[in-house]
Design a protein around this ligand. Structure first.
Ligand code: NAG
Ligand code: NAG
Ligand code: NAG
Ligand code: NAG
Ligand code: NAG
Ligand code: NAG
Ligand code: NAG
Ligand code: NAG
Length: 624
């Protein structure tokens, strides 16, 4: 029996989730080439090459993603192990004539990959993001779970916070990070994420209005004074700031110091720390960028990803509440509803003329919903909402003040066939210039046998675009991609979230090998003490399942299988530590890990599995 273990070989013990711990990552970091291109002229402005963290399930010709920046350029990103392939890709996409064209001035984009020095030669008209100026950044951890090279990292950047407001910035950022990962939204995937705050003092406090930015690092502003989009004037500074953080900045969040609703999605997630809307905007925009899904609400134009279908072969068949529907094939029921009216009004209300809209109903639906969102209207008496001459009761969210909020009025009566009129009238002149109708919509539903909108019911629900084209979504109102006031994704999006994150994060953080000197019981008083060397391998896993720090997750498990020189070591199954006698140490160890969670039902690319091998070449006592 062992009495104690002496640490040998000078290796420090790693603590779960310890930051900056050097774990052995295999050298499989791919290259990432980022290009900004004008969509019509196809002229490229930037090209940047670096090594990036793993991308699992990558195809031979690499991974491609593209997005449209706020100015209308395309940002193209290629991730591949093949540098020559990336070079050819860049040249063809930017219409650069290849090879020894002679008179072209070329420059070298270089990266250092391990011991080797990789580079890409491109025309020097292309600017390198790495060479752009960016503001000074004071980076502090908010909520972290591991080394950035094997985590997905979200960074809050400060805009409109002066030097004295640094503490406010950190508090705002921490509040939002906690809100979206504490007990909801990103809660279950938190061990795959890091949240950081990067502070830059602004020269002026707050964000600009009337299209005019203030003197701040990223130049955030509103178009007018109304609560709507928040835009940025200095995208290059934001790009370069994020780029300078390397693996620590996967998703940049620009936070403008303003207490009210506003934001923007896309290349940068722009938010405000509004108490009622900050987290709401943040989690919805992160849903778009992290899971890579479009909208679920009506009146949009982009419906794509795991939560959208344009015909009845739906990608969420394995989540349907009534699975016999899919199996029987023929009669797949689409929940019966229609959208007779939908407007993004974004209009300031006045007392002289109401905002109103006419629409036709088919008269065939027994129920309907009047849905709208408002800002600048803290009191019920200040606004009347009238449908066909009948004033509808609405109650402002308590404490909402002048911030934006969303309201639903469900009515279990049928609208008659023919024309109807909905109007919004400002009753209080003092609220002119503040009171805004943001959106208004009418939805009609079949009866309970035709339309099951209960929470937790996974089915096929029609969604209507701005052109009134029908696509389908998995739940009625369970997902924050549709109902922005709910704090959670539906299960289909949560599965998509796991799979997206696990492309960039390996379940195995690393394997550490060490030698332990074990004292023999009964001989510990001897001088020198009698004992023997043991070889120990420690497997560092992402802290999920039984290794979660905060909470037991009953529907998760890890299965761990060890082998040495191809022979399975049964006695170490499900163990994260393997210990053998010193002389048995040398050899090639491999470990395979299978993670399961009730939140993922289909894993086509094997992202919930991982394998790693480790070679022990000598004994602890020194013999080779
Ligand atoms: C999460 O915690 C917040 C703050 O404590 C609370 O308001 C919210 O209702 C909680 N959400 C869930 C899903 O428990
Ligand atoms: C603040 O003003 C100084 C002096 O004009 C300028 O150098 C600096 O870049 C400004 N800082 C920011 C964050 O805009
Ligand atoms: C249904 O839509 C998917 C994806 O949008 C498409 O790949 C598939 O071909 C479509 N199927 C039919 C039968 O139209
Ligand atoms: C499930 O779908 C089948 C096939 O469409 C249908 O016959 C059955 O009534 C459905 N069950 C429930 C509980 O809705
Ligand atoms: C959308 O199309 C449906 C079916 O044709 C129709 O009943 C509805 O009124 C249309 N809605 C709008 C907003 O045009
Ligand atoms: C009052 O609001 C209505 C409806 O939004 C609009 O058409 C009208 O131009 C506004 N009038 C003034 C004086 O702002
Ligand atoms: C409603 O339908 C009638 C009859 O088809 C048509 O004349 C009218 O323009 C429609 N109203 C609206 C607001 O679409
Ligand atoms: C290992 O863990 C998995 C998941 O909890 C379990 O199904 C399996 O039975 C375990 N194997 C052994 C040998 O304990």
């Amino acid at each position: 029996m062992q009495l104690g273990i002496l640490q040998a070989c000078g290796s420090a013990l790693l603590v779960w989730g310890a930051l900056g711990a050097s774990v052995s990552q295999p050298d499989n970091r791919p290259f990432e080439l980022t290009i900004y291109r004008h969509p019509r002229s196809l002229g490229c402005s930037y090209a940047t090459l670096r090594q990036t963290q793993i991308y699992r399930g990558i195809l031979d010709d690499g991974h491609t993603e593209s997005l449209v920046t706020h100015s209308g350029d395309e940002r193209l990103r290629f991730i591949s192990h093949d540098l020559e392939g990336l070079r050819l890709r860049a040249r063809s996409l930017c219409h650069i004539p290849d090879a020894n064209a002679g008179d072209q001035k070329e420059k070298v984009l270089a990266v250092t990959a391990g011991d080797s020095h990789a580079h890409l030669t491109l025309p020097d008209t292309l600017r390198n993001l790495a060479a752009l100026e960016y503001p000074p950044l004071q980076v502090e951890p908010l909520i972290t779970s591991g080394s950035s090279e094997n985590r997905v990292d979200l960074v809050f950047f400060a805009d409109g916070y002066v030097r004295e407001e640094k503490a406010k910035f950190l508090k705002d950022a921490m509040r939002l990070a906690t809100d979206i990962s504490g007990n909801q939204t990103f809660d279950t995937v938190k061990p795959l994420l890091n949240f950081w705050a990067a502070f830059t003092p602004s020269n002026e406090s707050g964000i600009g209005v009337g299209g005019k930015p203030k003197d701040t690092p990223f130049g955030l502003y509103r178009d007018g004074t109304e609560l709507r989009g928040v835009y940025y004037d200095k995208p290059d500074a934001a790009r370069a700031a994020c780029y300078s953080l390397g693996d620590r900045c996967d998703y940049p969040i620009l936070m403008g110091n303003d207490p009210l609703y506003g934001g923007l999605g896309g290349e940068f997630t722009v938010i405000t720390p509004s108490l009622d809307n900050g987290a709401l905007v943040l989690r919805h925009e992160l849903g778009h960028s992290v899971i890579d899904v479009g909208e679920e609400y009506d009146g949009g134009y982009a419906y794509f990803g795991v939560n959208a279908a344009h015909n009845l072969s739906i990608p969420w068949a394995h989540w349907l509440s009534n699975s016999s529907e899919i199996k029987s094939g023929a009669d797949i029921r689409v929940e019966r509803s229609a959208m007779p009216m939908q407007k993004y009004a974004w209009t300031m209300l006045n007392t002289s003329v109401p905002w109103s809209v006419s629409f036709n109903s088919s008269g065939t639906y027994p129920r309907h919903l009047v849905r709208f969102s408002l800002s600048g209207l803290p009191d019920e008496d200040d606004l009347s909402v009238v449908l066909d001459g009948e004033r509808l009761p609405w109650t402002p969210k308590p404490g909402i003040g002048v911030d934006r909020w969303h309201y639903d009025i469900h009515r279990s009566i049928s609208m008659t066939e023919g024309e109807h009129r909905l109007s919004f009238t400002l009753e209080n002149g003092d609220k002119e210039g503040l009171a805004q109708l943001c959106s208004a919509e009418i939805l009609e539903f079949g009866d309970e046998t035709e339309f099951n909108g209960s929470p937790g019911h996974y089915s096929i629900f029609p969604t209507f675009s701005e052109q009134n084209e029908t696509s389908y979504r998995p739940t009625n109102e369970d997902c924050l991609m549709r109902q922005v006031t709910t704090p959670n994704f539906c299960r289909v999006c949560v599965e998509g979230l796991w799979l997206s994150l696990l492309r960039r994060v390996d379940l195995i953080d690393g394997i550490r090998s060490r030698c332990d000197w074990e004292l023999d019981m009964g001989f510990s008083d001897e001088d020198p003490p009698i004992g023997k060397w043991k070889r120990t391998l420690d497997l560092d896993l992402i802290p999920l399942a039984q290794f979660r720090a905060e909470r037991r997750a009953p529907h998760e498990s890890y299965t761990v299988t060890w082998a040495k020189d191809g022979q399975i070591l049964e006695r170490f199954t499900n163990k994260t530590q393997l210990k053998v006698d010193d002389q048995d140490g040398p050899g090639v160890y491999s470990v395979s890990v299978q993670f399961t969670t009730s939140e993922v039902r289909v894993d086509r690319d094997g992202l919930l599995e991982s394998e790693r091998s480790h070679t022990v070449s000598g004994t602890c006592s020194g013999g080779q």
